[in-house]
Design a binder for this molecule. Structure first.
Ligand SMILES: C[S@@+](CC[C@H](N)C(=O)[O-])C[C@H]1O[C@@H](n2cnc3c(N)ncnc32)[C@H](O)[C@@H]1O
Length: 231
């Protein structure tokens, strides 16, 4: 993967960034996503934010190598602290991190969001916690996808601010739009997850130390939800 050829995962993320956006890509690593979008003329400008020095320098290099310094600003900052009001950001992408980390980044920097930005999020696990944050902060999920690449299932969650939003516990767990659409990739993911949950419960039953009841109840409930979903 590079700024010329994105992974399928980042290509699908790119598809949810509105044409002509001013994008903030938080945790940009090499800066491949904003640079690829700018090269295609799909965005007007971008900020690539990185908390770690080596990827920050890598992003600077990618921007420089592509002659995009006038359109992409690389900032060494944690989370949404990478953006300032003058950037006029209209879309924020946060990809390739745990859902809890993405939630924490959004929570820590929510005062830096104007409310009109589209959020394009690609959590690696922890989707439930992330959807919870979105609901609690009045973001409606407008699009969701599951895709499989290199033997990993990835989810993409796209959200925009709305009046007030309410999702059930199952919708937060599976994704309100994903559980409606029931795509083959979604069903495949949950068939695999169900096998995992059954394996966990079997391991609990064999464990030498007693497993806390709450933990057993939690996994049992998840297995039940998945069984009902797939029925
Ligand atoms: C696995 S990489 C994902 C890179 C790219 N977004 C992608 O999806 O391919 C995660 C990146 O997020 C950065 N990161 C983690 N926490 C961050 C934070 N709070 N603020 C900015 N960057 C962060 C890491 O340094 C790392 O480069």
């Amino acid at each position: 993967m590079n700024e010329h050829t994105l992974s399928m995962r980042l290509e699908r993320v790119a598809a949810h960034v509105p044409a002509g956006a001013r994008l903030a890509d938080i945790g940009s690593d090499h800066g491949y996503l904003p640079v690829a979008l700018a090269r295609r003329g799909a965005i007007i400008a971008a900020v690539a934010g990185e908390v770690a020095l080596t990827p920050y320098q890598a992003a600077q290099r990618t921007v420089r190598d592509n002659g995009l310094e006038d359109r992409i600003t690389v900032r060494h900052a944690s989370g949404l602290a990478a953006i300032v009001p003058n950037d006029g950001i209209t879309a924020v992408s946060i990809c390739g991190m745990g859902g809890e980390t993405i939630r924490d980044i959004l929570e820590a920097g929510k005062q830096l969001l104007g409310g009109h930005e589209r959020l394009v999020l690609q959590p690696n696990g922890g989707e439930q916690a992330l959807r919870h944050w979105l609901m609690d902060n009045d973001y409606r999920i407008i699009c969701e996808e599951v895709l499989r690449e290199n033997r990993f299932d990835y989810e993409i969650i796209v959200a925009e601010r709305a009046e007030s939003v309410s999702y059930s516990a199952e919708q937060l767990y599976f994704g309100p739009l994903l559980m409606q659409a029931r795509s083959p990739a979604f069903l495949f993911k949950w068939q695999r997850m169900l096998r995992q949950k059954h394996q966990t419960l079997a391991n609990f039953a064999r464990a030498r130390q007693p497993v806390p009841e709450e933990k057993v109840r939690d996994i049992t409930r998840q297995a039940q939800w998945i069984t009902e979903l797939l029925a």
